[in-house]
Design a protein around this ligand. Structure first.
Ligand code: PMP
Length: 436
């Protein structure tokens, strides 16, 4: 029996439960750029929790707003009834989205946002009289959450293989090209032609059968895979030409991660549907939001006015506490210009992370805005062991990183200062020097 048998009841997500519970790592308090553990040790948060606490931890503006809203009205339905907050929040949000993304459907997570976006795309073609457009196209190495839609279009084999029949989909190739783009800073130069695979899929299936293409503008969970220059524009052009909807999953890249409000702004490419979550409420209350273009939204609004337009929604869509948290987060983002601040920090962040390239076992480094990954050579016969060693050694030295396999991802809160960057990279350097 584990020495911590009181930890057995909580079945942890995406965790090696038995390993964790034999030596648990518990965080107890958080403020600004830091966590503190049960022993009171200060830990620099280089991952904004899980790519989500963009304005830093413990923002009292957000907790005050949640508390006040709990007292005013804890819950109200948004099915055939309403309350003012989701209308207000949606209206505030669309002031930050690129042209035409003027409509917001609220969910409770990134996974629900992905499934909502896919259903919205299918229903869009249905209501327009093209019900045969049912094929969804994802991309290898993509992560779109854990709903059945999300894992179907997702491209991470571990997340799919135990779950039997999924939706019928097809996949574009991923854009990681370590032959040509290893240690690229920012956008990789090579590989725009990978977008031409969409033409091949159109040829294979027929455009008239394809509903949508979904991609993360920068793939996050697969290890920060930055698209080659021009790639997203080429996907956009092909989708437009063939009447296929383009969905950007901006659950990670949304809300300032790249130094622009959304990746769509960074790349100057506007999708038809855009999914978000995480930074939407600064992670204080779970919430997601799916933004749709006027064209997509308006297609639903042409039937009889007494008819429900989209048979989809969650009990907690537009939950008052989530809206209160989101509005307070947006106040902070606006007041502190956090949706753009990343662009000021990104050059130092890039320089510092790339200064680690000559350390032992570093196989590749990739970055864009305030997200980056260090890929380590796997230990022979023990994939993931080096990544795990970096996680543990970093924690010992007071630094939280995200390790997926042998890839170490960084996505610090957007309030990060130079002193935090110095400490982050000094610690990482020390850790990488000593791993076996
Ligand atoms: N899409 C992307 C791109 C993500 O990174 C994530 C979560 N890391 C999700 C969807 C799923 O979000 P959630 O865990 O909130 O369901």
């Amino acid at each position: 029996m584990s020495p911590h048998s009181d930890l057995n009841a909580f079945w942890m997500p995406f965790t090696a439960n038995r390993q964790f519970k034999s030596a648990p790592r518990l965080l107890e308090r958080a403020e600004g750029m830091f966590y503190w553990d049960a022993e009171g040790k200060e830990i620099l948060d280089s991952t904004a929790g899980l790519w989500c606490v963009n304005a830093g931890h413990g923002r009292s503006e957000i907790s005050d707003a949640i508390t006040a809203q709990t007292r005013r009205m804890d819950f109200a339905p948004t099915f055939q009834m309403g309350h003012s907050l989701p209308f207000l929040f949606a209206d505030r949000l669309i002031k930050h989205t690129s042209k035409g993304l003027n409509h917001v459907f609220f969910t409770n997570s990134g996974s629900e946002s992905a499934d909502t976006a896919l259903k919205m795309a299918l229903a869009y073609h249905f209501v327009r009289g093209e019900p045969q457009r049912t094929l969804l196209i994802g991309r290898e190495k993509a992560y779109h959450g854990v709903g059945f839609g999300g894992i179907s279009v997702g491209g991470l084999p571990n997340n799919r293989r135990a779950f039997g029949n999924l939706l019928t989909v097809d996949h574009l190739p991923h854009t990681l090209d370590q032959e040509r783009n290893r240690f690229s800073q920012g956008l990789p130069l090579y590989g725009v032609e990978k977008a031409d695979a969409l033409e091949e899929l159109i040829h294979k299936h027929g455009a008239e059968h394809i509903a949508a293409v979904i991609v993360e503008p920068v793939a996050g969970s697969a290890g920060v895979i930055v698209p080659p220059a021009g790639y997203l524009q080429r996907l956009r052009d092909t989708c437009t030409e063939h009447g296929i909807l383009l969905i950007f999953d901006e659950v990670i890249t949304g809300f300032g991660r790249l130094g622009t409000p959304f990746a769509a702004d960074y790349f100057g490419v506007t999708p038809d549907i855009m999914t978000t979550a995480k930074g939407l409420t600064n992670a204080a209350v779970p919430m997601g939001a799916v933004f749709s273009s006027d064209t997509v939204h308006d297609a639903f609004m042409s039937g009889p006015t007494e008819q429900i337009e989209f048979f989809h929604g969650y009990t907690y869509s537009g939950h008052p506490l989530a809206c209160a948290a989101g509005l307070a987060a947006l106040d902070i983002y606006e007041k502190e210009d956090l949706l753009h601040r990343g662009s000021l920090i990104a050059p130092s962040f890039a320089e510092m992370i790339h200064s680690l390239r000559d350390l032992p076992h570093v196989a590749d480094i990739r970055n864009l805005g305030l997200m980056a990954a260090i890929e380590l050579e796997p230990k022979v016969g023990e994939p993931g062991a080096r990544g795990y060693e970096v996680l543990l050694k970093s924690l010992e030295l007071g630094l939280l990183v995200r390790a997926t396999g042998d890839t170490i991802a960084l996505s610090p809160p957007l309030i990060i200062e130079m002193s935090h960057l110095d400490r982050l990279f000094q610690t990482l350097r020390e850790v990488l020097r000593t791993i076996s």
